[in-house]
Design a protein around this ligand. Sequence first.
Ligand code: GLU
Length: 292
Amino acid sequence: MSAKPHTVTRFAPSPSGRLHLGHAYSALVAWQAARDSGGRFLLRIEDIDPGRCRPEFDAGILEDLTWLGLTWEEPVMRQSARMDAYAAALSGLQQRDLLYPCFCTRKDIQREIDDAGHAPHPAGPEGPVYPGTCQRLGEDERANRIVAGEPHATRLKMDDAVASAGPLTFHDKAAGTVPVDAAVFGDVVLARKDIPTSYHLAVVVDDAAQDVTLVTRGVDLLPATHVHRVLQSLLGLPEPAYAHHALLMDNEGRRFAKRDRSLTLQAMREAGQTAANVRAEAGFPDDPPALG
Ligand code: GLU
């Protein structure tokens, strides 16, 4: 009889602000899931966007999590150091003719949608579905615009990707087995104009690189899992299990956000709250013993 494999979880914040109580909850959910199975808890700093991420917020994440009593395996993964891995994944998809360059600005996309006239335009989970303008460009025009240095993103040919991946499901602890329907996202961006990757690509490549077996994150990211399963399948990556958790709300019933400065862990600490108080407020009243 083989031993039950250990659960590997991760907390993957973006260093674009200080952590708040909602992050503490999310980190504790991941940490607890690893602890419950004698597994491993990993930290990944999702810092692909240099315009929004700051070193002091990166340091703040480590400080706040340490103060909360969490421990994680070293080294911490930083996505800013992983661009080669994302490029390799993109090149695999490119070889399968599943990508195309997109030169559109936000304005171009809106104009195309308005001009198409057949309202309502389909809205995907991430906003209006890209109308496919640049997929219809001829090879010569594409090549000329690239040679001319026109900035471009890289999009996934979602219909081809879905056809190539075949029927898929993912397993969520609360929702059970969910049939994947990624087509509703349209041709998602896998590399941004300004950054040679995107959230969807980086998260999938890195969950696999870190051997994550259980992805815990807020239910707001559940729709993205449909895209992630397609990418995992195309890239030949293992399928983790998922546990999308409810979002912690503030006293007004709103999601925690960067605007709630008084509710950052730093502010709570400076106001004299103890880590035990904050853990209890996040729904984790027990002391976190060290992960073995
Ligand atoms: N970096 C994302 C965030 O801070 C989380 C990504 C994930 O857990 O998949 O919202």
